[in-house]
Design a protein around this ligand. Sequence first.
Ligand code: ADE
Length: 235
Amino acid sequence: MIKFTIITLFREAVEPYLKSSMMWKATEKGLAEFDFVNLRDFGLGPHKSVDDTPYGGGDGMLLRCEPVFAAVESIKAKDPKAKVILPTPVGEVWNQEKAKRLAEGRLFATAEPPQGEYPQPAKDYHYIILCPHYEGYDERIISIVDYKISLGKYVLTGGELAALIIIDSVVRLIPGVLGGEQSALIESFSDGDNLEYPQYTRPENFRGMTVPEVLLSGNHGEIAKWRERHSGLAK
Ligand code: ADE
């Protein structure tokens, strides 16, 4: 079971996606769980304020430390092992290998395993995704973050979309989520090995565009070679 607790001011922006399609199926099958914490609940003063202007001047507002620390601490009080992820454009750039490691609970492993002793991933992992909003966050928030993740060299208005992309890319790797897999080995599909080459379904001929002959041949060896030749996903 993998659990994500999303700390956000905009639950309504995130929840519909997690209640649809594969993410929903993952929860139905008991393979994933999604929970929300409203940062506003930890806001300061009568207005439940969570942000303030930057010292030294500059545009925009920054997330304050107090509400963020209080929100994270409220989750960790129940589950001290939960790890905190911060989507931020200055994080490590996300990729398939990292998604796989997160799905296996290995993202935060600090040391290489001793030879021959491959660690069994923990059965349950809990990731807290802290979604910043506004122009940014007080840098001291980093002190409670285990992993900063960037989706690429562009800036989004908040962490919600990034959180969804991280969650989606991880949850689909959990054996049993996509359905039909015999193998519990994440390796077998983590490379996107059924996505990286072009695929076709019926009809064989659509407006003059035909399916490559080899895919109709039933010759699995040749099909495998064709797929290998046409693989495009960068490793
Ligand atoms: N928040 C804003 N921009 C982001 C990005 N590129 N990746 C992750 N989180 C972000």
